[in-house]
Design a protein around this ligand. Structure first.
Ligand SMILES: NC(=O)C1=CN([C@@H]2O[C@H](COP(=O)(O)OP(=O)(O)OC[C@H]3O[C@@H](n4cnc5c(N)ncnc54)[C@H](O)[C@@H]3O)[C@@H](O)[C@H]2O)[C@@H](O)CC1
Ligand SMILES: Nc1ncnc2c1ncn2[C@@H]1O[C@H](COP(=O)(O)OP(=O)(O)O)[C@@H](O)[C@H]1O
Ligand SMILES: [K+]
Length: 580
């Protein structure tokens, strides 16, 4: 499990490590700078002594990292030019030390567009593919960049006469709020970056679409913050006691107690400041499916999923969802449609069963069957009065104590996936919205989210002027609390949140990009995947996480040319590859 951090969490972790005596800020900065240089070497092994770099340093510790990078590249024989935004006298202590170390080796010029143009790296005729290293702002960005800095960054790519072949960002492209992935002020897009090097853990913003689209490759460098803060204490004491000549056993114990209590105090502060972590979904989240296994005695052991369909000519979406539910392992899947659409559906369904559902009364009768333990409602449903009644029936008959299934979800309320048209109905009808319960999963895309939670969407859309900016993670968490159930907010950066604060990100970006998943009907298949897993007894959060991860994996496994119908058919290949 990989946790994604906010800037505040990262700061707290660093502070705790420094306070425990485990490491100094200066050492962390050295490791960070070294990590950047190593990442450059691995990415472009052809660059070596004689290559050129321009390092842009900012007024904080991100700038400090930049001075370390400059020094290490210089020591490796590179031609290095350094530009500083800010005053040397105002640099924080560790950055100041590294500034001083650099000025023994080379010059520091004030950063502006003209200076970049005039830089040797830009003007030299040896054309060595100069690298520009952006160490202006990292986790400490608190307001929009001034226009002159914004212009400098834009000029790196968009101005005739300035050309830097390779662009490296330290922590993140400067100007981006690392909690949200947003450019503060939204005056321009994040600067395109070939390589973004961050430290200890990726931050939440790295996995948002806005930032990921600008970053070619993300590297997370280990700066040694995973070690137990108490682990080094005996050595530290041994060193100190030898120095001071106080080596007694009592002294050892006293020293340990004092140092540990300080470390504990910081650790507690760190924990208090932390929400439930935001988790990046990885292959491991699908392991639950393996653990759930295929060991049942009969089809009802795997639950019975029911998908409500729209009328004549509108059944494709429900059929896609049904196919998804069946492939992901629901024991039985039934599509319920209006009588007039039976013929159309019968012609298109085989393994999926079919029932006629004339109206909400017929539906309530059907849902007397306790074996139906998961329902998917919304894809292609329609948004008329009949559909309002159907959605109400589904919600009312699935609240606590109703719809106890015989599958592994037995003993819990019937679970629901509410998607597409059903979300539109919820947005129009407060009464329906009020019927939501913890067994539901809402799966809005951006438009549906804005209809359901207009004030939250408005806050998310507002141009952020200060950091940390309100993020998709914040928005989804807030929506989940309001709805009282799991909310899965779709997109290349799908965020899933539960009312208790659990939150995960399924990122179809970087090496997991699957832009061809944006194809008509793919959301319907996702709704089906979740419904199928709910039928199998998965908890709502776990069902949403597993389904969305497999959804992207199916798209990646199939590749470009994918249409929604291919997604369920690709699932067996994906499951086999995962060893499930
Ligand atoms: N704290 C540590 O121990 C470590 C920090 N590291 C680096 O330090 C960075 C964080 O350092 P800081 O907290 O100093 O933050 P930054 O260096 O990201 O920026 C903070 C500085 O920029 C100013 N500032 C913020 N927004 C501005 C704007 N729009 N225009 C002009 N000035 C602006 C602030 O007033 C402050 O002086 C990380 O991203 C990472 O690169 C690494 O060296 C690892 C260790
Ligand atoms: N660029 C993208 N990369 C990866 N996945 C995407 C991208 N754009 C959309 N998706 C995913 O595709 C699906 C589209 O669902 P939705 O918008 O409901 O479409 P439809 O209603 O046509 O099924 C969602 O799961 C969404 O997360
Ligand atoms: K930066």
């Amino acid at each position: 499990m990989t946790e994604l951090l906010t800037a505040a969490q990262m700061r707290a972790i660093e502070e705790a490590a420094i306070a425990s005596g485990q490491v100094t800020g200066l050492e962390l900065m050295e490791r960070a700078g070294r990590g950047v240089v190593e990442a450059i070497g691995e990415e472009w092994p052809e660059l070596r002594a004689g290559s050129r770099a321009v390092v842009l340093c900012g007024p904080g510790n991100n700038g400090g990292d930049g001075f370390v990078v400059a020094r290490l590249l210089w020591q490796a024989g590179w031609g290095v030019e350094v530009f500083l935004y800010g005053e040397p006298g105002k640099l924080p202590p560790d950055a100041r030390v590294n500034y001083e170390r650099w000025v023994e080796l080379g010059a520091v010029e004030a950063l502006n567009e003209d200076a970049l143009f005039q830089s040797e790296a830009n003007r030299s005729l040896d054309n060595q593919d100069p690298v520009v290293i952006d160490a202006l702002f990292g986790t400490g960005l608190s307001r929009p960049l001034t226009q002159d800095i914004g212009r400098c960054l834009s000029s790196l790519h968009h101005t005739d006469g300035i050309s830097f072949a390779k662009h490296v960002s330290v922590e993140c492209p400067s100007g981006v709020c690392i909690d949200s992935g947003e450019v503060l002020g939204r005056d321009y897009l994040p600067t395109d970056t070939d390589l973004c090097v961050t430290f200890h853990r990726a931050k939440v913003g790295h996995y948002t679409t806005a930032l990921a689209q600008a970053v070619g490759k993300l590297i997370v460098v280990d700066i040694g913050l995973d070690r137990d803060p108490g682990a080094d204490l005996p050595e530290i004491y041994a060193g100190l006691s030898a120095m001071l000549g106080i080596s007694t056993q009592a002294g050892v114990e006293e020293f340990r107690a004092a140092a540990l209590s300080e470390a504990m105090e910081y650790a507690q502060k760190t924990l208090v400041e932390r929400d439930e972590p935001v988790v990046l979904l990885q292959a491991g989240c699908a392991e639950e499916l393996g653990k759930a296994g295929w060991t049942g005695e009969h089809k009802y052991s795997y639950g019975h999923a029911f998908i409500l369909s729209g009328g004549v000519g509108k059944g494709g979406a429900a059929r896609l969802a049904a196919r998804g539910a069946l492939r992901i392992g629901a024991g039985l899947v039934t599509v319920g449609c209006p009588p007039g659409a039976l013929q159309e559906n019968a012609a298109a369904l085989d393994a999926v069963m079919l029932r006629s559902v004339a109206d909400s009364e017929a539906l309530r009768d059907m849902l007397e069957d306790p074996r139906i333990n998961a329902i998917g409602v919304g894809p292609g449903l329609g948004t008329g009065a009949r559909e309002v009644d159907l959605v109400r029936a589904v919600l009312e008959t699935s609240r606590d104590g109703k719809g106890r299934g015989s599958g592994s979800g037995a003993g819990t309320a019937r679970r629901l996936v509410i998607d597409a048209d059903a979300l539109t109905l919820l947005a129009k009808d407060e009464g329906l919205f009020g019927l939501l319960h913890k067994g539901c999963v809402l799966t809005p895309h951006g438009g549906e989210f804005a209809r359901l939670f207009p004030d939250i969407a408005e806050r998310l859309e507002a141009v952020p002027q200060t950091g940390p900016a309100y993020s998709k993670v914040d928005a989804t968490r807030e929506a989940a609390v309001r709805a009282g159930c799991v909310v899965l907010f779709k997109g290349p950066d799908t965020v899933i949140a539960a009312p208790d604060g659990q939150c995960s990100v399924n990122a179809a970006v970087y090496e997991r990009a699957a832009p061809w998943l944006a194809t008509a009907g793919s959301g319907d298949v996702l709704a089906g995947f979740i419904t199928g897993l709910l039928a199998r007894g998965f908890e709502p959060m776990q069902a949403a996480e597993t389904a969305v991860w497999l959804h992207v994996d199916c798209a990646r496994s199939f590749g470009p040319g994918l249409i929604a119908d291919d997604l369920p058919e690709e699932l067996p290949t994906v499951l086999r590859r995962l060893g499930l």
